[in-house]
Design a protein around this ligand. Structure first.
Ligand SMILES: [Zn+2]
Length: 49
């Protein structure tokens, strides 16, 4: 069995199945990287989790 592995487009680290992550238009990203990205830009002002 092969585990699914993605590559975070923000930090470049691997994302292993089971980790918290999400997909955006740009690709897979760690949840924490996504949070940081949203904080850095203004695209997710209404996104509160
Ligand atoms: Zn990342």
């Amino acid at each position: 069995m092969s585990r699914k592995v993605w590559k975070c487009y923000r930090c470049g680290e691997e994302i292993v199945e089971g980790m918290k992550f999400t997909f955006t238009k740009q690709g897979p990203i760690h949840w924490e990287c996504f949070r940081a990205e949203v904080r850095d830009s203004s695209m997710g002002v209404s996104l509160r989790m």
